[in-house]
Design a protein around this ligand. Structure first.
Ligand SMILES: [Zn+2]
Length: 81
């Protein structure tokens, strides 16, 4: 496998391992804050009468400044872990 942070090949020590180690996992998490890599727990999921799905996320105070840059109508990528 190739580590998505340092681009070096590594042998996963456990199933579903994405990064070569904890340093890269933490560094990647920090590097992606504010650029679409926000992490937040899902609080509510509602199916609207139109059939669309409304999802509410709750951000901790230290990440709220990044969440506020999200605007209604903005297209973002949602990745489930
Ligand atoms: Zn790495």
């Amino acid at each position: 496998m190739i580590c998505p942070h340092c681009q070096r090949p590594f042998e996963p020590g456990r199933p579903h391992q994405v990064f070569c180690g904890p340093k890269c996992r933490v560094a990647h998490h920090k590097a992606t804050l504010g650029d679409g890599g926000l992490r937040a727990p899902v609080r509510t999921v509602k199916v609207l009468s139109s059939g669309q799905v409304s999802v509410t996320l709750r951000f901790p105070p230290q990440e709220a400044k990044n969440a506020f840059s999200l605007r209604p109508g903005m297209v973002i990528e949602v990745v489930s872990q």
